[in-house]
Design a protein. Structure first.
Length: 439
C-alpha cells in the first residue's frame, strides 16, 4: 500500500480524518500499537504536505490526466504500443545502431568494431508471491531479447525491490530463480541492486524488479531488416510469466511446469552453431501482446506486410498450454508464447528448420512477408485482420473484468498523451540548455 499516495489524496480532498484513516490502513498490515501507527501516519502526512505543491520547473511534474490503467500501458496492446512510440520521441535521436524508435527487443551500440547489445526486462507483476518463478522467467526473457538481435549473451544483472513488510528470503528465492537460468546457460549474473519499494512509504509484501542482459554480435537480426519475399518461421512455445500467471490464478498450478524449459535458448544456440545467424534478416520472441502484437511492431518498423497461417501457428503451441487457453477462452495469438519468430530468405528456411529440430525443438514455416502494411491471418483459406486489441488477451479473472475493448475516448486520451510527451521534450530542452549555459 502506498502511504504517501493515500495521504496526498486525502489532503487534496480536505479530509480532516486522514490521520486516523491512515493509521487504520497501517494497522491492517503491520502488527504494531495504535500509538505507533498514528506516529507513522503523522510523519507520512508531514512529508506529503511538504511535497504536495512542488515549486520550480524541474520539480513540477507533467500531467496528462490519463492513467496507466485507462490507457493500457503495460498491457501489451494498442495503448501500450502507442506509449512506447512516444517514449522513443521523448528520448529523441541517438547515436545508437538500434534504439527505442525501432521498437525492438534490445538496443545496440557499436563498440570496438562489434555490436554491443543491451536489454532490460521487468519481472511479471503477478508473480510477486512466487519469487523463484519470477526470477526464472525474467532471466530467460532478458537472454531471449539479446539472442533475437543476433547476439550471444555474456552477462546478466538484476534489480530487486521488495516492499517494507516483505520477507528478506524473497530476495534469495528470486536470485535462485535467476541463477538457475544462469547455471544452465553458463551466462553469469554479475551485478545488481536490492531496495525496498518506496522505502518507508510503501507497506505490504509486494515484490518487483527486473533482469538486464548484455551480449556481443557480429551480425544483427533487428526487426527493421524484414523484407518482402522472406518466410516467417516459428519455434514451439509454452509461454513464460504470462502463461504461468494464467495457470496460477485459475488454479491449474500443474501447468506451470510446462513453462520451465530453455527450448528458446536451445534453438538460438543451434542457429549460432550452424552459422545461420548471418543468413537471417530478423528475429523476435513472441511476447508483447502475442503474435498479434509482434506482427504489428515488425510490420510498422520494416514497412512490410506479414501474413500468417493460423493452423501452423496453433500446431506450435504446447498442447497442454493451448488446451488451458482454449478452455478459458483466451486468444492464444494475443498472449506471450515465448516462441522464437524468425524472418529469413526462403532459400535458408530448410537449413534453419533442420538445425533447430536437431536440438529437439519443434519448428515450422508459419507465414511470409509481402509488400504492404500491417498483418493478416489466414484461417481456412480466408484472410482475416490481425490487428492487436487494446490490451493483450485477458488471461486472469481480473483482466477479463477489465476487458480488451478499445475505450470510446481513446483518441482523446491519445491527444492528451501527445501533449504530455511534447511537454516532456520541451522540459528536457530547457534543462539541457540551462546546464549548457545557453538559457
Amino acid at each position: 500500500m502506498d502511504l504517501e499516495g493515500y495521504a496526498k489524496r486525502g489532503l487534496i480532498r480536505g479530509d480532516r480524518s486522514i490521520k486516523e484513516k491512515l493509521a487504520d490502513r497501517i494497522l491492517e498490515i503491520k502488527n504494531i500499537s495504535r500509538y505507533h501507527a498514528e506516529e507513522i501516519a503523522n510523519a507520512v502526512i508531514v512529508e506529503a504536505k511538504a511535497t504536495l505543491d512542488p515549486k520550480g520547473d524541474i520539480l513540477k511534474p507533467i500531467n496528462s490526466g490519463v492513467t496507466m490503467g485507462d490507457f493500457g500501458v503495460g498491457s501489451r496492446g494498442l495503448g501500450d504500443f502507442y506509449t512506447h512510440e512516444k517514449i522513443a520521441q521523448v528520448i529523441g535521436k541517438t547515436s545508437a545502431i538500434v534504439d527505442s524508435s525501432h521498437l525492438d527487443d534490445s538496443g545496440v551500440v557499436c563498440a570496438n568494431g562489434k555490436y554491443l547489445v543491451v536489454t532490460i526486462d521487468g519481472m511479471h507483476s503477478r508473480l510477486s508471491d512466487f519469487p523463484f518463478l519470477a526470477g526464472f522467467h525474467v532471466a530467460r526473457a532478458a537472454l531471449r531479447d539479446v539472442y533475437v538481435m543476433g547476439a550471444r549473451p555474456v552477462a546478466m544483472l538484476s534489480d530487486i525491490h521488495v516492499a517494507d513488510d516483505g520477507d528478506v528470503a524473497k530476495i534469495f528465492d528470486h536470485i535462485a530463480g535467476i541463477t538457475t537460468v544462469s547455471e544452465l546457460t553458463g551466462i553469469p549474473l554479475v551485478t545488481g541492486s536490492t531496495l525496498r519499494i518506496g522505502g518507508d512509504m510503501v507497506i505490504g509484501e509486494r515484490m518487483t524488479g527486473g533482469v538486464g542482459a548484455v551480449g556481443m554480435a557480429e551480425n544483427l537480426t533487428a526487426r527493421i531488416q524484414a523484407m518482402p519475399g522472406d518466410v516467417i518461421i516459428m519455434t514451439e512455445g509454452a509461454g513464460g510469466g504470462t502463461v504461468s500467471t494464467t495457470a496460477l490464478y485459475y488454479g491449474m498450478h500443474e501447468l506451470v511446469e510446462e513453462t520451465i524449459n530453455l527450448k528458446f535458448i536451445d534453438a538460438c544456440e543451434a542457429l549460432f552453431d550452424a552459422g545461420l545467424i548471418e543468413k537471417i534478416h530478423a528475429m523476435t520472441d513472441v511476447t508483447n501482446g502475442g503474435v498479434r502484437g509482434d506482427a504489428k511492431e515488425i510490420a510498422r518498423t520494416a514497412k512490410v506486410k506479414l501474413i500468417f497461417e493460423e493452423k501452423k501457428l496453433r500446431n506450435l503451441v504446447n498442447k497442454k498450454v493451448l488446451s488451458m487457453l482454449d478452455k478459458l477462452e483466451i486468444d492464444y495469438l494475443g498472449v506471450s508464447l515465448d516462441a522464437l519468430l524468425i524472418i529469413a530468405p526462403p532459400e535458408y528456411a530448410q537449413d534453419i528448420i533442420e538445425s533447430v529440430r536437431k536440438k529437439g525443438v519443434a519448428i515450422d514455416i508459419v507465414g511470409n512477408v509481402v509488400d504492404g502494411e500491417g498483418a493478416e491471418l489466414m484461417v481456412d483459406g480466408e484472410r482475416r485482420d490481425f490487428t492487436p486489441r487494446f490490451r493483450e488477451s485477458a488471461y486472469t479473472p481480473i483482466k477479463k473484468l477489465v476487458g480488451e475493448k478499445t475505450p470510446k475516448n481513446f483518441d482523446v486520451m491519445k491527444q492528451a498523451v501527445d501533449n504530455a510527451a511534447a511537454a516532456a521534450i520541451e522540459k528536457k530542452k530547457r534543462v539541457v540548455g540551462r546546464i549548457k549555459g545557453e538559457l
